[in-house]
Design a binder for this molecule. Structure first.
Ligand code: 0X9
Ligand code: ZN
Length: 400
């Protein structure tokens, strides 16, 4: 016992003092209890989430004790770029180059504003809420009233930027919005498949505080920026009401998957909830995340098959094919809980339950080489493949 403690102390000192870098470690949790311990720790995750087996974590300077105090085996995988003060080396203001650069929140909204100014008959916007730190959360609407039909019959909602560090998500949202406008003007074959009377509502970034915090303080931030007292942040994708509090969410405020004090406790999730209740029936709902290259549908909160699974599956597979057919990568399609992991209180479960919407999560590139810090030369290819998947969703959503 004594030896063991000495060893632990020694490795603590070694790790603690030698580490001036950011490191990706692989932690092995042999049991569900061990996985829960890891899940409740405040270590940032490199992997999608904690599983029984191997999970990659991000360990910064001075954080080695968190890793060691888990008492689980771990090994070094790779060094990571310093996540602090990302904005010192990355500008993020080139509003016209969203296909090759990640943009700051203001630059993202500026780009949507440019589209709105150029297409006053097609694009409108609405403030749907205010984040903890006082940022306006916007929704942009695209509605192509091409055939003189000015009546919106149903809605497609695209939600981006839920998880702060998943920067490819807002970038893909922008591309889909741009493509919708473009295909309207060119009246190409794609718009022909678009059901008339469909309005598209895009939330450019639902979690602007977290997103900006990534630029200024911590590139690997995931949650919003609620002040929990001894820690910050609620995982917005555990804060929706369907299945809230269930497996794959944590009640510990410092956890990466902290579900919040109650369902819809956050201004960001409230904004989306209230907004969706005011628009015409939500027929399709797409939540953009990274990474993993997955097309996911209900349920997240239980491993039971959702009612209507055959249709969800057929459409999920069509989306996967559409992604691949548009020159893209191979994605895996399946229900969230059994394909990725159990996750309770996620927005697609809510949209499926409340509106019977064709609700999907796409986990964009990659499969783990770069993870959340997807290189900028992969922005455009990821956007293009996502457009292939999105068209399938839109084409199929009314055929149920
Ligand atoms: O854990 C999450 O919230 C999502 N993964 S991520 O790595 N981007 O954090 C997955 C949620 C998917 N849930 C459903 N589609 N039900
Ligand atoms: Zn995510």
């Amino acid at each position: 016992m004594r030896n063991w403690i000495t060893l632990l102390g020694l490795s603590l000192v070694t790790l603690g003092s030698a580490q001036s870098e950011w490191i990706r470690y692989r932690v092995t949790a042999p049991t569900p209890a061990a996985a829960q311990r890891l899940s409740d720790s405040s270590l940032a995750l490199f992997s999608d989430d904690v599983v029984v087996g191997d999970t990659d974590v991000i360990v910064g300077p001075g954080e080695a004790w968190k890793l060691i105090s888990l008492g689980l085996p771990f090994r070094w995988i790779s060094a990571l770029p310093d996540p602090r003060n990302w904005s010192a080396t990355h500008l993020g203001t080139e509003a016209d180059d969203y296909q090759h650069q990640y943009l700051r929140y203001d630059a993202i909204i500026a780009q949507y504003e440019t589209w709105r100014a150029q297409n006053p008959d097609l694009v409108t916007r609405q403030a749907i809420g205010t984040s903890w730190n006082g940022r306006t959360i916007w929704a942009y609407r695209f509605f192509g009233s091409a055939n003189g039909n000015r009546i919106v019959k149903h809605s497609v909602v695209v939600e981006a930027g839920v998880h702060a560090r998943e920067w490819i998500s807002p970038a893909v949202g922008m591309y889909l919005f741009d493509k919708l406008i473009n295909s309207f003007w060119t009246r190409n074959i794609l718009t022909a498949r678009m059901p008339a009377g469909t309005a598209f509502y895009f939330i450019p970034v639902i979690n602007p505080d977290g997103y900006e915090y990534c630029w200024t303080n911590d590139r690997f931030w995931r949650k919003n920026r609620r002040n929990n007292g001894s820690s910050f942040g609620v995982d917005l994708n555990r804060n929706f009401s369907k299945g809230w509090g269930g497996p794959g969410s944590s009640g510990s405020s410092n956890s990466e998957t902290y579900r919040g004090p109650s369902a819809f406790s956050e201004p960001e999730t409230q904004a989306l909830r209230d907004f969706m209740d005011t628009i015409p029936p939500v027929k399709a709902f797409l939540d953009l995340h990274s990474y993993g290259q997955l097309v996911l549908w209900a349920w997240g909160y239980t491993e039971n098959l959702a009612p209507g699974d055959p249709w969800l599956r057929a459409t999920g597979n069509a989306m996967k094919q559409g992604i691949f057919a548009n020159g893209g990568k191979s994605y895996t399609a399946g229900p969230c809980s059994t394909t990725l992991y159990l996750a309770s209180g996620v927005s697609p479960d809510y949209a499926y339950d409340r509106y019977n919407a064709a609700a999907y999560t796409i986990e964009l590139r990659d499969t783990g080489q770069f993870g959340f810090v997807l290189p900028e030369d992969q922005i455009l290819p990821t956007q293009i493949e996502a457009w292939g998947g999105f068209q399938e969703l839109v084409a199929r959503m009314l055929m149920r």
